[in-house]
Each structure stands twice: as C-alpha cells, then as structure tokens.
Design a binder for this molecule. Structure first.
Ligand code: AMP
Ligand code: MG
Length: 478
C-alpha cells in the first residue's frame, strides 16, 4: 500500500479515557532516515517505494498523519525495583494507530501527560540499541516487539552530555504491560480492569473468548508464555536489565530495551544495569523476578479472577520454566529430548563455563562443530584450564554417542547463534553513527537478522568479547 492508502484503527481508544492521553507527537528538527526494516514494512503491507519518500520520514517524525490516526500515550503503573509507582505511562512513546494487528508507536516523539520529569525524547545511542536488538531477538526466534524504522535528527537532547534526538517506530501486537493492569487495580477501577482484560483477550488470546473463568485462564496463559520467554532469554544468555512490571509484556514479548546485555563470559551473577546495585535484575535472577512480577499481576487481577486458582497456577511456574529451559538447552546441546541426567549435565556445563571464564556464545557455537570423541582443540582454547572442560566433554561424549552426527550438528548450528549483539559491538555502531557513519548499524542489522549464518565477512565479531569490554554495566540514561 501507499502511505496515503493506509487506514489506521485505534481499538485501544475504546477503553475509558482515563487510560490514555490523546497527544500529538512533537517532531524533531531536521530528521533523516537511518535504517528501515523492510521485513516489517512488508508485514505492514507498506510498498517498498514508499520507504524512500520524504513522507515516510515525516511519518516517522510524527509530521505526516496517516488516515484515521488519533495519536495517544498509554497510562500504566508499575513496580520499579520492587517499589510500587502508581502512575507511570508512556512518557515519550506515542501510539499512532494500528495496521492489521500491529500497533505502531513513535518512541522519543515528545512530551505526554506521563512524562513526569523527562523530556519525552530518546537519544540516538539508545534508539540504535533498541532498533538493532529487537531485530536480533526476532532473528534468534525469541518473542519481541519490533521496529519499522529509525530516524536521527539535529535536535539537541541533554543527558550526561548533549546528544542528538532520534525516534524509533516500534511495532507490536501489544503494548499492554503487567503495570497497565496494576494501574486500574490500584485505582479501584474494576470495570475498567475487566474491559482491559477483555481487550487483551480479544487482541492476543482470542482462543480464550467465552471460556469459563476467563480472567483466571488469562493469568494462566500469561504465566506460561512468561516462563517460556524466561527460558529463551536464559538459554541464549540475554540479560534484560530492567524487569520492572511496567516493562513486562502481557503478550509475553521482550519489551523496552534499555541497558540489556548478552553474556560475555558465562556468569550467573552478571548484572548489566549500572543502577542495579543489589543485582535484583541479574542474569540468574530473571526467572525468579518474572515470577515475582507475575505475583503482582495476580494481585492486580484478583478483583476479577479467582485468587486461589491463580495461586495454584503460580505454584507450577517453576516447573514449567525448568521444563522449557531444558527443552531449549537440549536443542542447543543437540540432544534428542531430555533424559535422566541431562539437567545435571546442563547445570555442570554452566558451572564449568563460569569457572573457566568461557565466552558462552563462542563455546556453544564451537561445541556445535565438535564431533563425538573428536578434536577438542578449539573448545579447550575457549577456557582457562583444560581439565574441567575435558571432564565435562567426556560426559557429553557419552551422552551423544548414539545420536546421528549430522542431525545433531544441524540442530546445534540452528540453535546456537554464531553472532549475538554484544554491547561492545553496539558501541562500535553507536560511535560510528555519532560521527555520521551508519555502516556499522547496517552490518549489525544483517547479522541480527541471520545470527545462525556464517557471515565470513563479519568473523571478527564471532569470537570472545575483547577483554577490555567484558561484563560491563550500562547506565539507564537513554
Ligand atoms: P523505562 O525504565 O525506560 O522503561 O522507563 C520508565 C518510565 O519512564 C516510562 O514510563 C517511560 O515512559 C519514562 N521515561 C523514560 N525516559 C523518559 C524521557 N526521556 N522522557 C519522558 N519519560 C521518560
Ligand atoms: Mg519502560
């Protein structure tokens, strides 16, 4: 479709008007296109020719209104680092409407009723991070929000130093957060709470419609997809960094990319968020934090759902999570199904990797090339000492002895990425971009889309993280 043929819908505006702020975007000065995701454009049925037009940049900058557009920001609450904040909301993200089932949002498009002390802006640095990482997660087959495009500008934005403003056009099948439910519940607005639950069921869980005890069932679904998401994050070595309940998607998507990181050397206690001094959102805590967040969601749903049943649902979270984790890890290890002893084999691998300071992604990819009782040189070179790795590999050899070697290799190569976007790589893209060179953004986008492919031209990013850049923490400022 051409831009002037698109007709947006705005189903969210059917909810009570206390739940949103109808606000128009405030454009950035001198915007320019940095990157466009053609796959997402195709999903939205936007003609490729349209992506090259001035109108498209204006659309991303909130200046060109599509038919039916009624821009608005969403209100929500949330538990931030364990403390309840009764009113948050989109302080800098403005929804412009929906195409098919995809809700478009301009992040960094100016002030809203929920901006509090913020300026409604997003800087180039953090926008590049969100743009690339959401595509990388998608490439890794992990549920996530997506981005249609990224624009830069000449607009000055003050952070620790002066930076330039940018906007990402984010696309998702849902922008509803656990915190959206917490908002209504804490305000005692139970009719609105019900209406929100109905809205979410209609949009994201239509198979639940008409079921008995439907809101309890909704909680059950969210519990299952959240546990699966945690297992996917853990198996790939992703640390989100800010798992506040306002950053938890009701649709089980990875949402709100901030100071996230992929593991460099394997480390259970890895913390990527500089402000997280207690390590609440460390890599290893993520499944437990998600459960705590589900508990907050359960409380929020309690006025309309069956509390006792929800408590029983939450009890099985750990079991479901572990089952998913073993499912994904067995795929990564090339094992056919899980047998007795596999959980120990997996746990002992983690400990071995941590003790030997081994780069997680590199090890798993190298293991994918390893043949039963084959040459261990490349694997041993990833760690500091040989003996513990040899001992673990002996057990692994025993486990894989009857598995077809081609089947195992293919399975492992399509489940262990050769590339993940580590922070040092993103920083390289950001440094170049801040000097007007977007070629590294282009390069990283390519490997984000196809992380399991070889890409010999990008080999320098396939090794262990350079020592100086390992396990660094990032500031939340964005
Ligand atoms: P986050 O931790 O990035 O998910 O943000 C937490 C809350 O702060 C959300 O409600 C954001 O919309 C809001 N926020 C973050 N940065 C800004 C900003 N620069 N201007 C206005 N609101 C912001
Ligand atoms: Mg957020």
């Amino acid at each position: 479709m051409k831009l002037n043929e698109i007709k947006l819908t705005n189903s969210y505006l059917s909810l009570d008007e206390v739940c949103y702020d109808k606000v128009a975007p405030t454009p950035l000065s001198n915007p320019y296109l940095i990157h466009v995701n053609k796959d997402v454009a195709r999903t939205l049925d936007i003609d490729e020719e349209e992506l090259k037009t001035e109108a498209f940049v204006q659309l991303l900058n909130g200046e060109y209104e599509l038919q039916g557009s009624e821009p608005f920001a969403m209100c929500y609450a949330g538990h931030q680092f364990g403390h309840f904040v009764p009113r948050l909301g989109d302080g800098r993200a403005i929804n412009i409407g929906t195409i098919d089932k995809y809700h478009l949002q301009l992040k960094g498009a100016g002030l809203t009723e929920y901006s509090r002390h913020g300026d409604g802006r997003a800087v180039l640095r953090s926008s590049i991070r969100e743009y690339l990482m959401s595509e990388a997660m998608h490439g890794l087959k992990i549920p996530t929000t997506l981005c249609l495009a990224l624009i830069g500008s000449e607009h000055d934005v003050k952070r620790e130093s002066m930076e330039k403003g940018a906007i990402v056009c984010r696309v998702s099948t849902s922008w509803v957060r656990f915190g959206t439910f917490e908002y209504y519940a804490s305000q005692g607005m139970f009719e609105e709470l019900k209406a929100l639950a109905d809205y979410v069921i209609e949009e994201n869980f239509p198979h639940l419609k008409g079921k008995n005890d439907v809101y309890t069932m909704l909680f059950n679904e969210v519990m299952v997809i959240t546990s699966r998401l945690m297992a996917q994050w853990m198996s790939v070595g992703f640390n989100h960094g800010v798992m506040n309940t306002d950053n938890m998607s009701i649709a089980g998507l990875t949402i709100d990319y901030g100071p996230y990181a992929f593991l460099d050397d394997f480390r259970h206690e890895q913390v990527c968020n500089h402000t997280d001094v207690e390590g609440r959102y460390s890599y290893t805590n993520q499944p437990a934090v998600a459960k705590w967040n589900l508990q907050m969601l359960m409380k929020a749903l309690s006025p309309i759902a069956d509390m006792e049943k929800m408590e029983n649902i939450l009890v099985i979270y750990d079991k479901i999570y572990v089952r998913y984790l073993h499912y994904y890890m067995c795929k990564k290890l090339g094992l056919e199904g899980t047998v007795e002893g596999d959980p120990e084999l997996i746990d002992d691998m983690y400990d071995m990797l941590e003790n030997l300071h081994v780069d997680y992604t590199l090890f798993m990819r190298t293991l994918s090339q390893y043949e039963h009782k084959g040459d261990r040189t490349a694997l041993l070179a990833t760690g500091m000492y040989h003996e513990p790795m040899n001992a673990w590999l002996d057990r692994y050899d025993e486990r894989i002895q009857y598995i077809d070697k081609t089947v195992r290799k293919n399975q492992m190569l399509s489940n262990n990425p050769k590339y993940v976007l580590k922070n040092y790589m993103l920083q390289e893209a950001i440094d170049a971009a801040e000097n007007g060179d977007f070629s590294v953004v282009d390069d990283l986008f390519k490997i984000a889309q196809q992380p399991f492919d070889e890409h010999p031209e990008y080999e320098r990013w396939a090794g262990a993280t350079p020592e100086a850049f390992k396990n660094q923490k990032l500031s939340c400022s964005s």
